[in-house]
Structures are given as structure tokens and as C-alpha cells.
Ligand binder design. Structure first.
Ligand code: HEM
Length: 217
């Protein structure tokens, strides 16, 4: 059997992903510094309070633009397919690492897909609410009620995003081989077959031209 690794992420995709991760960390830490006095000490990381306040929105915008790069490349792979519903119903088995009765899935599992759309919604809410509360440039165009709502939404979306990323990191570490895919680009054939059976069939189609590809499993 061919044992060459399968490419899961190109170098551009990996660079894009890790830049988003770095920007997320910076935006989250500076955001937390501005969120509560107990966390204000974090502003030392960015050159003090005024600099944190100046830099945080720019970090957010750069993070959003880079994140769009990921969305453009991955949004198709995050559409739900027929097998996903059954996979979700059998998620208990997936957690127990049982394979029987769990349908093969595409490049991403339904949990990853739900997370992807959650990230996108949070990012959009953060961007638009962030513009409304960006005093230096945009706040003057909005009334105080809009600004108050935007502040609430901004904090809420930031909170959900941070929780989602904690889940994302945990899941990445839990499925051994995922982080390595995002670092080196490749996965083993056994990994692809076990975790993403339909994707494995799709990417190895040329090696087995007779094998049909069914999204229904
Ligand atoms: C230190 C932080 C992070 C780690 C360790 C991490 C880890 C990973 C890993 C291992 C994968 C590959 C999963 C797979 O191929 O099955 C992945 C994919 C991905 N990551 Fe991250 N990540 C981090 C931060 C972020 C951040 C901050 C974002 C965006 C806000 C993000 C968005 C994505 C997206 C969109 C994918 C593609 C999966 C999909 O489209 O569903 N990641 N990440």
C-alpha cells in the first residue's frame, strides 16, 4: 500500500492560520486588559494603557482580514453533508473512540463545522460592534444607545470566541495528528481514513479510479 503522507494544508494555509492565531492571542489579551481593571496589568504587554487602547482595534481589524483568508479557503469544506447528522447523533461513540456505526465524514467533522460558523459569526459581530465603539474614528456617527449595545455585543462575541478557541485547541490536541497537520502540512493515510473517511476517498480518488465516492457512506 502507498504510505506517502496526504497533504491537508498547504504552506500558505498554515501561515495564514498561525498568523490568525497570533493576532487572536494579541487581540484577546489586549481586549481583556481593557475589559476589567483586575486584568489591566495585561496592558503592560502592549506598552501601557493608552497604547493598548490604540492598538487593540487595529489588531482586531488585521485579525479579521486574515481570518477572511481562512474563510475563503475553507468555507466550502464546512458545508454540512448528509452523513453529518448521523455522526452528530452518534457523537457519544466518537467520544468513546468507538468506530462501529459512526459514518465516514468529509474533511471536517460536524463539530469542527459548527465551530467554524460560530467563529465566523463572532468575528463579524466583533468587527461591526468594534467599529461602532472605535472612538477615534467612528463612534461620533452613532448615538449613545447604539454604542452601549455595541459594547455589550462586543464583549459577548469576544467571550464566545475565546471559549470557542479553547474548545478548538483542546480538540486539536485531543485528535492526535491534527496539530502536526497544521504545523507540517501532512497527515498519515491511517489518520485520514480513521477520522475523515470520505475526504480520504476523495483525495486518493486518482489512485483508485474505479472506487465510487458516496457522500451518503
Ligand atoms: C494556538 C491556537 C490554535 C491552535 C493550537 C489551533 C489548531 C488547529 C488545528 C490543529 C487545526 C487543524 C484541524 C484539522 O485539520 O482537522 C486547525 C484548523 C483551523 N483553525 Fe485553528 N488553532 C488555533 C487558533 C485558531 C484561531 C485563533 C482561529 C480563528 C479565529 C482558528 C481557526 C481555524 C480554522 C478556520 C481551521 C480550519 C478548520 C475548519 O475550517 O473547520 N484557529 N486549527
Amino acid at each position: 500500500m502507498n504510505d506517502k503522507p496526504i497533504l491537508r494544508y498547504t504552506s500558505n494555509q498554515r501561515t495564514n492560520h498561525w498568523l490568525v492565531a497570533i493576532l487572536f492571542l494579541m487581540a484577546a489579551l489586549s481586549g481583556l486588559a481593557l475589559f476589567h481593571p483586575a486584568l489591566f496589568w495585561l496592558s503592560n504587554l502592549f506598552g501601557g494603557g493608552p497604547w493598548t487602547r490604540i492598538l487593540h482595534p487595529f489588531m482586531g481589524v488585521v485579525m479579521f482580514v486574515l481570518f477572511l483568508g481562512l474563510v475563503i479557503q475553507f468555507f466550502r469544506a464546512n458545508f454540512f453533508i448528509t452523513n453529518d447528522r448521523l455522526w452528530l447523533r452518534r457523537v457519544g461513540r466518537v467520544i468513546k473512540n468507538e468506530e462501529e456505526g459512526v459514518p465516514p465524514i468529509g474533511k471536517y467533522n460536524p463539530g469542527q463545522k459548527l465551530l467554524f460558523w460560530t467563529l465566523l459569526i463572532c468575528m463579524l459581530v466583533l468587527l461591526f460592534s468594534g467599529l461602532v465603539i472605535w472612538r477615534a474614528y467612528f463612534s461620533e456617527y452613532f448615538g449613545i444607545t447604539s454604542i452601549r449595545w455595541a459594547m455589550l455585543l462586543h464583549a459577548l462575541a469576544g467571550f464566545i470566541l475565546v471559549l470557542s478557541i479553547i474548545v478548538h485547541i483542546y480538540a486539536g490536541i485531543w485528535i492526535k495528528g491534527s496539530v502536526s497537520a497544521m504545523v507540517h502540512g501532512g497527515v498519515s493515510r491511517a489518520w485520514a481514513k480513521k477520522h475523515h473517511g470520505l475526504w480520504y476517498r476523495e483525495v486518493t480518488r486518482d489512485e483508485h479510479p474505479d472506487r465510487p465516492i458516496s457522500k451518503k457512506g
